[in-house]
Design a protein around this ligand. Structure first.
Ligand code: OGA
Ligand code: MN
Length: 298
């Protein structure tokens, strides 16, 4: 099936022409979507009607193996069950909107920091795929920033200074900047992961900055010097011209490349309005549709 892309921002992000992703099994269409991801880094599909299982199946057909513990499931039981799907919502197990001091809500507030999904793990997250089930009548956008454009905009000296640098990403670090407290057992379990500060897309060869609020220290630098450099890069990379703000509609299914973008949620009155989305994130491992047609659920 042929698909077309309509740009949503001068630099990146595109809306894909009408298609039912539950029906997409053929290699050519999957390849076309993948090429769209390489070009636009964020793709918006409208009117998707996935069940949880169908979303899991599509994610695996499209990009291989799934992360099992991202987002709030890193520390808390998942309201949606044991499947590797993230409950991105302000709703508790009893179906009610979470109280302000609920631990799940406190934990989820960190989604408002600019980040990439699962950069604190190895393999990191590659594609995240978020489906909108319940959306408030007030704006509750997710914002994306183009880390390829942010890299390109650095001057030559700044680019050269990044060569060979690696960064420790830690979810305990990013949460602690908001005052969230982890138990010793959680801290021991959430050790974090080290990744290069510049990534190169293996197909397009485009380079991108790989940073996030999880970025804790630069291994090759003294702690304070490295942190200052990371904060400077975060400020640079999230300037307005690099940001697309997605206004959600029910049925939207948004795929983003965590290696080429950062994202964050925005504030809304979450004590009044329900907001429920479901997220699947794939592992950054080589994948070329090997399991096409035989995708198993992990
Ligand atoms: C996510 C995330 C932000 C939002 O799903 O990974 O960061 O706006 N979401 O819900
Ligand atoms: Mn996220």
């Amino acid at each position: 099936m042929s698909i077309t892309f309509r740009k949503l921002h001068p630099l990146f992000a595109a809306e894909v022409s009408a298609i039912d992703l539950r029906q997409v099994h053929d290699r050519d269409t999957l390849k076309a979507i993948r090429a769209g991801m390489d070009e636009h880094a964020v793709l918006v599909f409208r009117d998707q009607k996935f069940t949880i299982q169908e979303q899991l199946d599509f994610a695996q057909r499209f990009d291989g193996k799934l992360h099992t513990k991202t987002g709030v499931s890193a520390i808390l039981k998942n309201r949606l069950g044991d499947a590797p799907i993230g409950d991105i919502s302000n709703v508790g197990a009893d179906g009610k909107i979470l109280q302000a001091d609920d631990r799940k809500r406190q934990y989820s507030l960190a989604n408002r920091l600019w980040h990439t999904d699962a950069s604190f793990q190895d393999p990191a997250g590659r594609y995240s795929m978020l489906s909108a089930q319940v959306i408030p009548e007030v704006r509750s956008d997710t914002q994306f920033a183009d880390m390829r454009a942010a890299y390109d905009a650095l001057d030559d000296d700044a680019k050269a200074s990044l060569e060979g640098l690696t960064v420790h990403h830690s979810i305990a670090y990013s949460r602690q900047t908001l005052g969230f407290e982890f138990s010793q057992e959680e801290q021991d379990r959430l050790k974090g992961a080290v990744h290069g500060i510049v990534r190169t897309n293996p197909r397009t060869k485009r380079r991108s900055l790989y940073i996030a609020s999880h970025a804790n220290r630069i291994l090759q630098k003294q702690l304070a010097e490295g942190r200052l450099m990371l904060w400077e890069l975060m400020a640079h990379a999230t300037q307005r011209q690099f940001v697309y703000s997605h206004e959600w509609r029910v049925g939207d299914f948004v795929i983003w490349d965590n290696l080429a973008t950062m994202h964050r949620g925005t504030a809304f009155d979450d004590s009044k309005h329900r907001r429920e989305l479901r997220r699947v994130t794939t592992l950054d491992l080589a994948y070329e549709f090997e399991s096409l047609g035989t995708a198993e659920t992990v």
